[in-house]
Ligand binder design. Structure first.
Ligand code: AMP
Ligand code: MG
Length: 406
């Protein structure tokens, strides 16, 4: 049985092998959060486009504005003002943050370090050439690539695109991820469940996870536990880039997903992983699609999606697979688990006030992998490695952050 990182690596290896030419789409910079850029974005001009003051103060020649010197103030320059005339000799000019420094001036003295008396200004300390001025072109030359193809667009990347006037961005189309829940007991979210039925929460959490991972969910609803219905809906799902099936991959008599996939020509790369929850997770390729069979217990579905499906979405988005967001924390209360499987326990991390203090983490009480309510209290999964049966309070542990809520 593969460990979770071997299984994850198998996903990365198999999906990386496909040479996909994904369609690209034009996306407004306002809507492109989470897309992957499919073009290079270059600067339209130098940045900054003029010598820019970083302070409110006085533009000066540094050699004039030494400690104790008094200079005549000849006017003011606001941010956005056109700066045409050079600074006359033995004078200064009041200047605002973001304004252009006039020719002749080579420094800005902060207003706090100058004393104004009518139209004369006296300087409290020596001035260094270049201080508080960002020279024209020092951040970027004109025509320079500021974003490369394959970059995932977060808020800073979008700001860079906006800065250089790229209002429309050529992006890779998001991978389409079909979501199919299985189970005779599963009914639609808006249906009234019978006494032994449950609502299809997995399709909802999976759709959210697909969106967070940068994919486009394609909802196929629910299939009954019979070969005909499963077969028809799985075949429909195979038309997308990825098919994620929830439930039906355990050892029960009505766990038919693997056999249906096999009949449709699937090749499996793993069908069990040494983790709890989530051990029966399946990954394969069937026809043109990558297929994940995730155990139906909701916490298992969520954990296995994070571990295995997200890198596939990254790669099919034309981006590098993002690393799992593990961070170190200190265990607040001791834990015992059976060794042999790596455990991913719903847990809550708290960060004490100083920014450099380690998080304190505590596993949440839960009723097993069906306990969605426990996971809704969790902001991370606490990892207990497969070779540990006991972790003492105060020991360092790894936690996998739920990035959607932390
Ligand atoms: P399975 O993996 O098919 O054996 O399902 C395990 C358990 O997960 C089921 O007994 C249900 O309680 C639960 N489950 C399965 N599918 C869903 C779903 N779509 N939404 C919520 N819970 C589910
Ligand atoms: Mg089932």
């Amino acid at each position: 049985m593969l460990t979770y990182d071997q299984a994850r690596q198998a996903v990365i290896d198999q999906v990386s092998r496909t040479t996909l030419t994904r369609p690209s789409v034009k996306v407004s910079v306002w809507d492109a959060l989470g897309y992957v850029l499919a073009e290079e974005i270059v600067t339209d001009r130098e940045y900054p486009p003029f010598d820019r003051s970083t302070r409110d103060g006085y533009a000066v020649r540094a050699s004039d504005a030494h400690s104790g010197a008094t200079l005549r103030c000849v006017g003011e320059i606001k941010a956005g003002d056109t700066v045409a005339s050079p600074l006359p000799a033995q004078s200064c000019i009041q200047i605002m943050t973001g304004a252009g420094v006039p020719a002749g001036a080579d420094a800005v003295v902060m207003i706090e370090h100058a004393q104004r008396d009518a139209d004369h200004v006296t300087f409290a300390r020596d001035t260094r050439a270049g201080q508080n001025v960002v020279p024209r072109g020092s951040e970027a030359q004109s025509g320079r690539a500021v974003l490369t193809s394959g970059t995932r667009l977060g808020y800073a990347e979008l700001a860079v695109a906006a800065q250089v006037g790229a209002a429309e961005l050529c992006c890779d189309a998001k991978p389409r991820v079909a979501i199919l829940s299985t189970g005779d007991e599963v009914v639609a979210v808006d249906a009234h469940p019978g006494p032994f039925q449950i609502r299809n929460s997995n399709s909802v959490s999976l759709a959210a996870q697909v969106r967070l991972a940068g994919g486009q969910p394609v909802l196929l609803g629910r299939a009954a536990d019979n070969i005909e219905d499963l077969g028809a809906k799985i075949e429909r799902g195979l038309k997308e880039d990825i098919l994620v099936v929830s439930g039906g991959v355990s050892m029960g008599k009505y766990d038919l997903v693997e056999s249906v996939l096999k009949a449709l020509g699937a090749e499996f790369f793993f069908d069990a992983v040494a983790i709890r929850p989530g051990k029966p997770a399946v990954f394969g390729r069937c026809q043109e699609a990558f297929v994940f069979g995730l155990p139906g217990n909701p916490v298992s579905t969520m954990v296995t999606f994070e571990l295995f499906v997200t890198p596939a979405i990254d790669i099919l988005s034309n981006a590098q697979p993002r690393p799992l967001p593990f961070v170190q924390a200190t265990l607040a209360a001791p834990l015992h688990e059976k060794p042999g499987l790596a455990h991913f326990l719903p847990a809550r991390a708290e960060w004490p006030a100083p920014a450099n203090a380690a998080a304190q983490v505590r596993a949440l009480p839960w009723q097993g992998s069906g306990d969605i309510a426990a996971l809704a209290q969790a902001n991370c999964f606490l990892l207990i490695p497969a070779d540990r049966d006991h972790v003492a309070a105060g020991e360092p542990v790894s936690i996998l952050l739920r990035k959607d809520v932390t």
